[in-house]
Design a protein around this ligand. Structure first.
Ligand code: ADP
Ligand code: MG
Length: 343
């Protein structure tokens, strides 16, 4: 490692905004390893996401937006487990050291790290060959001192199916940025005609998704199963159904959309974006009917939209219904990395 790379670590990553002290972290950046104190009877959730430039975020994305997306998608996994963020590690592979990019990157990480009390405690920095994409691997660690883990496997027939926020914005954002999307919705969002406010809204939804941690940590005891929506509602809810050995009836008209999606897209496009698009990082969870009022109170307090979009059944199928309760067949599938081009 060249001197400048050590300087980057000490100047940007060990800095106060990122390497700050926290209970449970005994030693952060600087030694051969970080030291974290784990209580023997407190489970810890660990989750890692790798983001590759040009695959998981657009080429030429600035450092700040790259960082907020990279850390937020990881924190979203902790939200889905109802784990309280404890700390994270960062593997960063850069083809060239662009200091302005690194500075923005550290600032973006620092914003979320401080917001969620989740310091950076270590990592690795390496130079990759010229003209190869930037690669970021983040591992988050979350404590279950306050909440038992919420698994995908706890959904029961009769439970309601809920989603936070609005769906579809992640895929619509990619389309509005003029980037190809596997949905083929690019032309339909009309990147040229999009009002500036809506363009900004979509950009923020994509680059700065909000991990629903505050909601999840309060709602954990009311949830029977939970997942964060990274690959589209159909696929991710499908994981809950599979893990729980149940089915679901989803009322398509109850799927929530943002104002920007409603104003700029046709119903069919936004529905596909929600079901098969992904990149939303909202929570999809199940809960019994008697928890519904308390869930709504928590969501109201957090100024977060919460919608019940369906019910868990014992059919082992995901059925998509229209407002008359008739089954609708949709074309499309959740994005899967190893399946080649998704349809
Ligand atoms: P070693 O050679 O012992 O693996 P390094 O020289 O890679 O150590 O790293 C020195 C210190 O800097 C370690 O504490 C490591 O965790 C930290 N570090 C290295 N890269 C990063 C990074 N990208 N983010 C945060 N900390 C880092
Ligand atoms: Mg190392």
């Amino acid at each position: 490692m060249s001197l400048s790379e050590f300087q980057i670590i000490s100047h940007y990553f060990a800095a106060t905004g990122l390497g700050f002290p926290r209970d449970g972290v005994r030693l952060g950046i600087g030694d051969d390893a970080a030291i974290v104190e784990f209580d023997s009877d407190v489970p810890v959730s660990m989750s890692m996401d790798i983001l590759i430039e040009g695959v998981h975020f657009p080429n030429q994305t600035d450092g700040f937006n790259t960082a907020t997306r990279a850390l937020a998608v990881n924190l979203s996994d902790l939200a889905a487990m109802a784990a309280e963020p404890l700390c994270f590690t960062l593997g960063l592979s850069l083809p060239a050291i662009d200091e302005a990019w690194v500075e923005g990157f550290a600032a973006g990480l620092s914003q979320l790290a401080k917001r969620y009390n989740c310091p950076l405690v270590g990592g690795d920095l390496t130079r990759s060959p010229e003209n190869t994409p930037i690669t970021i691997a983040i591992q988050v660690h979350g404590s279950h001192q306050k909440n038992a883990p919420v698994r995908r496997s706890g959904a029961k027939p009769g439970d309601g199916v809920f989603v936070t926020g609005a769906l579809g914005d992640g895929a619509l954002a990619l389309a509005s940025l003029g980037l190809s999307s596997h949905l083929g919705v690019g032309s339909s969002v009309g990147a040229d005609e999009l009002p500036d406010d809506d363009r900004r809204y979509f950009e923020e939804a994509y680059f700065q998704p909000q991990p629903r941690l505050d909601f999840a940590l309060q709602a954990a005891t009311l949830m029977s199963a939970c997942i964060d929506i990274s690959d589209g509602l159909a696929g991710d809810l499908g994981h809950i159904l599979h893990a729980s050995g149940v089915g679901a009836d989803i009322n398509l008209d109850e799927i929530p959309y943002s104002l920007a999606a409603l104003m700029n897209t046709e119903a069919d496009i936004r529905r596909k974006a929600a079901l098969y698009g992904g990149d939303d990082y909202e929570l999809c969870f199940t809960a019994t009917a008697d928890g519904a009022d308390r869930l709504r109170e928590i969501a109201d307090r957090e100024c977060l939209a919460l919608h019940q979009i369906g019910v868990i059944t014992n059919s082992l199928e995901l059925r998509l219904l229209n407002h008359e309760g008739l089954e609708v067949t949709m074309e499309g599938q959740a994005y899967q990395h190893f399946s080649g081009e998704a349809k």
